[in-house]
Structures are given as structure tokens and as C-alpha cells.
Design a protein around this ligand. Structure first.
Ligand code: FAD
Length: 486
């Protein structure tokens, strides 16, 4: 029998929540992972060492109290574990599914063993919370007379709205899309997060008294200065949506699209929306190249596989990450190692690229140009191999390898090379807000350069992670609450 409370790791190995078999899951857009069971959570929580100095807690932007909830799970007191989880995180059902688990990067056990499966345990706790009916609306007991507008309903906006509403203020969320959730609803594929998971949280907020005004873009449909007149404070949480482009020869050809356009369209299709003929982006029967080696690119790979692509390649300019931590990336830093997502697994097991110039996943590849046919449709991808070498200051420098040029027949190209900053047209320009050196909205302690206006999430810090957006939402709420109580 495994001992409870600190030594379980001696007898129990780390296990991950099982994924549905590849051949089955690529036929649909349902979540890839099975739901973690109670037994799974209890067993894995026994591996937590109850460290005196828990680096998991320090590594998590939310300061999640991981050892404490593991301890309640071990004692089979799931309701207390959930209470503790909600103390630092409004939406553990989002992070339990989607977080890269910075906490696990800092897990002390990870120094010479596999880290505790904290993210999966978090998901087990939050799902049990929903099943048992422990997650209920918590409306404030007393209302203030303050009116707050939140622009944007991604994780930052939702967290800010929930916190401010629970402090008693009257909160209205404005969203330009027809559904709340930000990238959780439009961008992140359904096979990573089922949209009912977002909807049940939005319902919780509604039942707590938060109002949602959808299909309304602030700065165009409704001026931000109107909000300034009507509200006591305004939180800007509009995300970082200006996609990075790849300005090479042939970029304007048909069949080259941004990842967000591609992924959002598939979210809408899954939700039953018809896509007009001239807007359709579909990988069915096509040779697809995804440019950009990150998570967004991986989401495009999983989507293309489900649409029935003939070939899928994901390429990256940087070199292939190591499988073990490099010497300059020691614990407790987040390990910058090779990650294999569920989508990569699918592509690697279903797509044969044996005779091709590229592997399913390839690194150190520099895109040179695209060429197309007489109708303006992309037909070929042209690239060269590069190597990364350290210069005299130790900085990595890219060098093209001589005679390494190659080209590959493609029908669809997806650009997944990140976002440069928030969209400035509309709201930000109307308010004439000061920007930081990366062109995000400048907001020290969440206060922008304009009185009454605060900023949080990707709009303030640049494209990042859900866990950071939730943290920004919680922190901006503290600043706004202080401002309203002045
Ligand atoms: C494809 C993809 C996959 C990702 N996967 C992960 C992952 O697995 N794990 C992870 O941690 N992170 C992931 N991320 C990053 C994560 O989604 C973002 O960091 C996070 O959503 C940022 O939250 P936010 O609330 O700041 O902004 P967003 O989620 O971008 O939400 C901003 C909202 O504001 C609305 N809006 C903008 N301007 C206006 C306006 N003027 N008026 C009204 N509404 C407006 C937008 O429509 C949007 O709904 C992914 C990102 C992408 C693109």
C-alpha cells in the first residue's frame, strides 16, 4: 500500500490521464482526453511530497496552492480541495485542460523523477466539483452603486468581471463576437476544450449578476467614450490579436491564411454555423504546411488531420529543442524541451512523409517564397535549411546552409507565427492610449494612461497564456476595486 502524505512517489509512477485512441478521436472534434477519475486523482496526489518550500506554488502565476489541494484529495476531501483551488483560480476547468502546467516545471520531484501530475489532478477536482453540484453561482450579498464595463470576454475579462461582481459592483461585459470566451471559444479547437465547458462558466457569471452585451465592438459599434460617460471604471481585456505576417514573395496567393481565421472557422463549423462558399478554408484532401512550431501551429495540425488532409507538415525556423533540460535551463525554470502534443501524435501516426523534403514536424527551416498557378492559387513552398550558431557574445545567429534550398508541393498554407500586439484600430486609437515598447497597452499596476481605463490580459502583456490572463483579470479587479473605493 502506498503511504499517504509525502512518500507515495517511491511506489507510484506518474501517469497521465488517458487519451482516446488516435484512430477514433481524429474522426470527431470531441475532447481528446478522457475525464480523470477520482481513483486516478487520489493515486497521483499521493506522489506529492508536501515540500516545505513548494516551488510549484512559486512557478504558478496564480500562486495555486497545489500541495494543499493534493493533501485534501489524498484525504478524500474533494470539496475542500475545490474550495482551495477556487481561492486562487476562478476557472480551474480551463487551466486543468489547457495550461502548459508551469507548476509541474517547478515540482521538486521533477529534479530526478517525473513531476506530480498536478494539472490532471486540478482537472479531476474541478470536474468533480461540477458533477457534485459544488460549483454554484456566488452572487454578492451587498451591491455597491458602481458601474463597471469590461471589454472582452476572454479569460482575463471573465476573471475580472467575476471578481469585481463578487465585490458587489455592477458589471457589464462587452464582446464583439457572438459568443463569450475569447480564444477559449474562437481559436482553441473543440478537441482541446469543449465549448460547453466555457458556456457553463459564463452561465455561472450570468447567475451571479454579470451582464453580457454580445456582437458589440467597442470603438466601432459603440464608442469607448460612451463607456467613459456611463461607467465608473472600464477594464480593457481585448487580447492581442494582430497576427504576425510573413512578408515573402508570393504571400498574397490564394490558399495562404492566418491560423486564427482557419481555427475560428472550424470552431464555428463545429457549432453548426454555415460558412459561406467564398470564405471556406478546408484541408480536406490537401497538402498542408503549417508555418510556426508552437501550440497554435499544433492546433492547426490537429484540425487539418480531422478535416482529412492528405499531408500535414509543421515547420519552425528555430532549432529542434532538446529532449532533456539544457544546462542553461535548470530546475525550477520551465523546461524548454521538446513537447509532443496530441495533434503531433495524430499526425506522426497517420501521415507518411518518408519520401518528402520535410518531416511531419521539422525545425531550422527558413521560408523563402511561395509560388502559384495562373489562377493565383499557391502551389509550391520554397525554403532552405539553416543552422543556429553562437556568435562571440553567445547569442544564437542564424546561418543559411549552402545548397540546402528545396521546394514542396502544397495546396494550403497556414501562418501560425504568433501575434505582434493588440489591434490598435478602433478602441485603442479612439482613446489615444499610451503603448509600451512592444506596442501593448501601457498600464502600470493595470492603470492605463487615461483615467477610468484599466487594461489586463494579452492586451496589456502581449500574447501569453490562459493562466496569466486569469491572473491579470484577478489583479486588475483589485486595482479597480481600490480605485472605486477611493
Ligand atoms: C490557437 C490558440 C491556442 C492557444 N492555446 C493555448 C493553450 O492551450 N493554453 C494556454 O494557456 N494558452 C493558449 N493560448 C493563448 C491564450 O488563449 C491567450 O493567452 C488568452 O486567451 C488571452 O486571454 P485574454 O482574455 O487576454 O484575451 P482573448 O482570449 O484574446 O480575449 C479577448 C476578447 O476580447 C474581444 N475584443 C477585442 N477587442 C474588442 C472590442 N474592441 N470590443 C469588444 N470586444 C473585443 C475579443 O473578441 C475576444 O473575445 C492559445 C492561443 C491561440 C491563438
Amino acid at each position: 500500500m502506498a503511504k499517504s502524505g509525502g512518500k507515495g512517489f517511491l511506489e507510484i509512477d506518474r501517469e497521465e490521464v488517458p487519451k482516446r485512441p488516435v484512430k477514433e478521436r481524429v474522426k470527431d472534434y470531441n475532447e481528446v482526453y478522457e475525464s480523470p477519475t477520482e481513483e486516478y486523482g487520489e493515486k497521483q496526489a499521493k506522489r506529492c511530497m508536501d515540500c516545505g518550500t513548494p516551488f510549484c506554488n512559486y512557478s504558478c502565476p496564480l500562486g495555486n496552492l497545489c500541495p494543499e489541494w493534493h493533501s485534501f484529495v489524498r484525504k478524500n476531501d474533494w470539496e475542500k480541495a475545490l474550495k482551495l483551488l477556487h481561492k486562487t483560480n476562478n476557472f480551474p476547468d480551463f487551466t486543468g485542460r489547457l495550461c502548459p502546467a508551469l507548476c509541474e516545471g517547478g515540482c521538486v520531484l521533477g529534479i530526478d523523477d517525473n513531476a506530480v501530475a498536478t494539472q490532471n489532478i486540478e482537472l479531476a477536482i474541478s470536474e468533480k466539483g461540477w458533477e457534485e453540484g459544488w460549483i454554484k453561482p456566488r452572487p454578492p450579498k451587498v451591491r455597491t452603486d458602481k458601474q463597471v464595463a469590461v471589454v472582452g470576454s476572454g479569460p482575463a475579462g471573465l476573471a475580472a468581471a467575476q471578481q469585481l461582481n463578487r465585490q458587489g459592483h455592477n458589471v457589464t461585459v462587452y464582446e464583439r463576437d457572438s459568443k463569450p470566451g475569447g480564444m477559449l471559444s474562437y481559436g482553441i479547437p473543440d478537441f482541446k476544450i469543449d465549448k460547453s465547458v466555457v458556456a457553463r462558466r459564463v452561465n455561472q457569471l450570468k447567475e451571479e449578476g454579470v451582464e453580457f452585451v454580445l456582437n458589440t465592438e467597442i470603438g466601432t459599434d459603440l464608442l469607448a467614450t460612451e463607456l467613459e460617460r456611463e461607467y465608473d471604471a472600464v477594464v480593457l481585456a481585448g487580447g492581442s490579436r494582430k497576427a504576425r505576417d510573413l512578408p515573402v514573395y508570393g504571400r498574397e496567393l490564394d490558399g495562404i491564411h492566418y491560423a486564427m481565421d482557419y481555427l475560428t472557422q472550424q470552431n464555428k463549423r463545429v457549432a453548426g454555423k454555415d460558412i459561406s462558399e467564398d470564405e471556406v478554408i478546408n484541408a480536406e484532401g490537401k497538402r498542408v504546411i503549417v508555418i510556426g512550431g508552437g501550440d497554435t501551429g499544433s492546433d492547426c495540425v490537429g484540425t487539418a488531420i480531422r478535416q482529412g488532409a492528405e499531408k500535414v507538415y509543421q515547420i519552425e525556423l528555430l532549432e529542434k529543442p532538446p529532449t532533456e533540460r539544457a544546462a542553461n535551463n535548470p530546475w525550477p525554470q520551465y523546461p524548454q524541451t521538446l513537447k509532443t502534443s496530441s495533434s503531433h501524435q495524430e499526425a506522426e501516426s497517420l501521415v507518411d512523409t518518408n519520401d518528402d523534403e520535410l518531416n511531419v514536424r521539422d525545425w531550422s527551416v527558413l521560408t523563402k517564397k511561395f509560388s502559384g498557378n495562373d489562377d493565383g492559387q499557391v502551389e509550391k513552398y520554397h525554403a532552405a535549411r539553416v543552422e543556429w550558431v553562437a556568435d562571440e557574445n553567445g547569442e544564437q545567429e542564424m546561418k543559411e546552409i549552402e545548397n540546402s534550398e528545396f521546394s514542396l508541393a502544397v495546396d494550403l498554407v497556414i501562418l501560425a507565427i504568433g501575434f505582434v500586439h493588440p489591434e490598435h484600430e478602433g478602441m485603442i486609437e479612439e482613446l489615444d492610449l499610451e503603448l509600451d515598447e512592444r506596442k501593448n497597452v501601457k498600464a502600470n499596476d493595470y492603470q492605463t494612461s487615461r483615467d477610468k481605463f484599466f487594461a489586463a490580459g494579452d492586451m496589456r502583456r502581449g500574447a501569453s497564456l490562459i493562466v496569466r490572463a486569469i491572473n491579470e483579470g484577478r489583479e486588475v479587479a483589485k486595482t479597480v476595486n481600490k480605485y472605486l473605493n477611493k
